[in-house]
Write a protein that binds this ligand. Structure first.
Ligand code: AFP
Length: 327
């Protein structure tokens, strides 16, 4: 039998601080429970919507609520977490005064795919909590570059976890029998250039001219440059970014002209874009708003939205050139 490294053994071997290790293991255990619930959702009546609308103005699915409860409960018991903030909660929740970390998460990204058997994900950002606790909003509004660690879990045909503590990005696969995450690739490297792009092209009419020109470019045949690109879009950010991370290319959710209230696109900076940016950059990729690195954006609100271009360095730089009007 080949030797296996589980998540806990990996973090120990990588000399990750003990308290940060505990928080990451808590996130992973939460992911195992969510994965279990997802497998049973169709049998236990946990599909469909609750009838509520969340702080983002989106229909809440039953599995959104369950996944959120699982993670809040897990971090509440962890002891190392001062604050949690979630896509599903209007306000951050204070857990333990003086604890070293704050955790921000999207408990179930792409939840509209649950009922139709699509892949979904969880995204977790871990940042240092300020010593004195501070005002709840101020304390959590940290740039992505200040994150201590970030991870996502993709619930697909297999449940996979990709994490970074700032020294590379590493991929783990959930063993469904032992329910351990087992190391499957250490030091992931995103291809410098890919052949795929992922975007909701049905909304192209609403995209700004610069973005439409970028798409035109990606679709224009050029054998030497490897165009046209192919589209792969599942409607789940985690799943789409995971594919781009492994195969190269670009995921984009741009700003658009559809809804003045969402002039910055749909995706949330603190618990979607920043953690994914940290993971992808640790694998040698890039993440940008089109105008600036995602990790350098100073948040002003917990549920702030930003445009996102993320993936291979070549395609993200190209997207920036279009969005900055250099092409
Ligand atoms: P849901 O969680 O409501 O399914 O939204 C998922 C998401 O935030 C992200 O995972 C997708 O990339 C994006 O929305 C898809 O949005 P569009 O439906 O506008 O393409």
């Amino acid at each position: 039998m080949t030797s296996r490294t589980d998540l806990s053994g990996f973090l120990k071997g990588a000399s990750v601080q003990v308290d940060l290790t505990r928080v990451l293991l808590t996130a992973a255990r939460g992911g195992v429970r969510i994965s279990r619930e997802l497998r049973r959702a169709g049998l236990s009546g946990e599909t469909g919507a609750t009838g509520d609308i969340n702080v983002q103005g989106e229909a809440v699915k039953k599995m959104d609520v369950i996944a959120n409860q699982i993670l809040v409960e897990a971090f509440s018991m962890a002891g190392d977490v001062a604050w949690v903030a979630s896509e599903e909660m209007e306000e951050p929740l204070a857990l333990r005064s003086g604890a070293p970390y704050s955790v921000l998460f999207d408990p179930l990204d792409g939840s509209s795919s649950v009922d139709t058997g699509g892949s979904v994900g969880s995204i977790v950002s871990i940042q240092r909590a300020p010593h004195a606790g501070g005002d709840r909003r101020e304390a959590l509004l940290q740039r992505g570059s200040a994150q201590s660690a970030a991870c996502y879990i993709n619930y697909g045909p297999a449940t996979t976890l990709v994490l970074t503590t700032g020294s590379g990005a590493h991929l783990f696969c959930l063993d469904p029998e032992s329910e351990d995450f087992i190391l499957s690739a250490q030091g992931l490297r995103i291809p410098e250039k890919g052949k795929l792009y992922a975007t909701n092209e049905g909304q192209r009419t609403y995209y700004h001219l610069s973005t439409r020109r970028l798409l035109d470019f990606l679709q224009t045949p050029d054998r030497v440059d490897g165009r046209p690109y192919s589209t792969r879009y599942s409607g789940c950010l985690v799943t789409d970014v995971h594919r781009i991370l492994l195969e190269g290319g670009i995921y984009l959710y741009p700003a658009d002209t559809r809804d003045p209230k969402k002039a910055h696109g749909k995706l949330r900076l603190l618990y979607e874009c920043a953690p994914l940016a940290m993971v992808v950059e640790q694998a040698g990729g890039k993440a940008s708003t089109g105008l600036a690195p995602i990790l350098e954006v100073q948040p002003t609100e917990i549920h702030q939205r930003v445009p996102l271009y993320i993936g291979s360095p070549r395609e993200v730089s190209l997207a920036e050139e279009f969005e900055m009007g250099k092409r």
